[in-house]
Design a protein around this ligand. Sequence first.
Ligand code: 5GP
Length: 183
Amino acid sequence: MKDAKIHLLDKTFKPYIPHDRIIAAIDEVAQRINADFRGCKDIPVVLCVLNGSIPFTGELLQRLDFNCQVVSIKMSSYQGTQSTGTVLKVMGLTSEVRGRRVIICEDIVDTGNTIVALKEMLLDQEGAADVRICTMLLKPDVYKKSVKLDYVGMSIPNAFIVGFGLDYNELGRNIPDIYVIDE
Ligand code: 5GP
């Protein structure tokens, strides 16, 4: 990981989680998912929550050893460095999930508004048979909802981060390591 701070628009970020630690966390999450789904007779849906989860879903997918189908959806709740509290579906499901088991792949769970709204929508409106939540990162100091997070890669303190898919106003998603805001 490069030691230098980075600048995105008006903000400065410092190195936080190196790429190899992210990959180690994804290895562990994949092992837990494989233990639960290996040998399944159905074809579970791996749901990529665009755009932040693209790198995470891509890495996770290569480690899953059962037949699965990738579907995407785009939600939005963040503006700049703050959650707005309102979850919007920006782009619908790229394929139907009725009657299917779904594993949601999320980059980060903060307030949980997005993931809880998405799980409810998949079960109540889209007719999914079962929904599990898999998140690369969790901010446990912020997440106060009772909905179970089935697979969590890493827990982090409450600070705004970028990199490995996570953005600041759409910038920083392409950075392989994770950086934290330097205040
Ligand atoms: P929640 O609905 O759980 O409050 O927020 C979930 C979404 O907000 C994530 O999918 C992500 O897009 C965004 N988000 C939450 N925390 C962070 C953060 O620290 N950095 C970035 N870049 N996005 C975040």
